[in-house]
Structures are given as C-alpha cells and as structure tokens.
Design a protein. Structure first.
Length: 141
C-alpha cells in the first residue's frame, strides 16, 4: 500500500523544513537533505596593509536588498535577488535567484565604526579597516 509520507507518524514535524533520509543497511551512508534554497554568489576577500576588502559579484540588486552583519570577526552577508515573474521555457539556466548567504571569518578584528559598504555595477564592496592595538593607561589608586 502506497501511503503519503507526510501523513505518517514516523516523520517528525520539522520534516516540512528539512528532510533527512539515511539508508543504513548499506556499507556506506547516504544522506539527502532538502532545505530552503539558498546559494552563495562569487566572493573574493583580499587583504591590504590597513584593511580587508570583500567583493561580491551580485548583479541585479539594490542597496536595500542586502543585510551585512559583523559579530566579532564573523561577517555575514544576506540578501535576496528576485526573478522577473514571466512565464518562460529555459534552454539554459545559470543565473541564480532567491535567498543567498555568505559567511566568513575575518583574519583580524576591524574598526567597526569605519566599515564601508558600496554597491556599484553589480559588485558589493565592503572595506573592513584593521583594528589597531589600543594603549591602556594604568592609574594608581
């Protein structure tokens, strides 16, 4: 009898967001994950003397389509690129749409009040100035 797996009690309720299946009666393990579709646009990170530069190739966006967060040395760039809503039959499809996410750990701490983000000609450029050591004076009691 073919039963709809979504009506079965053997699947947890989180299955709607993430389905993981393991085949355990084989000498190796297969794992299949179905998650919300996110992708990662081409990203470069390079270091200058006083800063790190992040460049993300992501055409067809506006400044408001991005979210950039820095937590310690962990940088997160999120956004969503919308496709046009017209019906079409593809012969080739390489341009990605929908939600994207980039996460990276920076090699040093940055001056958070001097970070710059510029979106121009399909590239998001983030300038992350290196934090300089701070002198802490000691006072007598």
């Amino acid at each position: 009898m073919n039963e709809d797996p979504s009506s079965s009690n053997e699947f947890p309720s989180e299955t709607e967001r993430s389905l993981e299946t393991q085949l355990t009666d084989m000498p190796f393990t297969w794992r299949m994950s179905i998650r919300p579709p996110t992708w990662r646009p081409p990203t470069d990170m390079y270091e200058l003397e006083n800063a790190a530069i992040i460049r993300v190739e992501i055409a067809g966006m506006r400044e408001n389509d991005f979210s950039i967060e820095l937590n310690g040395r962990n940088l997160s760039i999120k956004g969503s690129r919308q496709d046009i809503a017209e019906r079409r039959a593809y012969h080739q499809m390489e341009i990605r749409f929908g939600e994207f996410r980039i996460e990276m750990e920076l090699p040093f701490h940055v001056e958070t009040d001097q970070i710059q983000a510029i979106y121009n000609n399909g590239f998001l450029k983030i300038v992350l100035p290196k934090a300089h050591p701070r002198h802490i004076s000691i006072s007598e009691e």
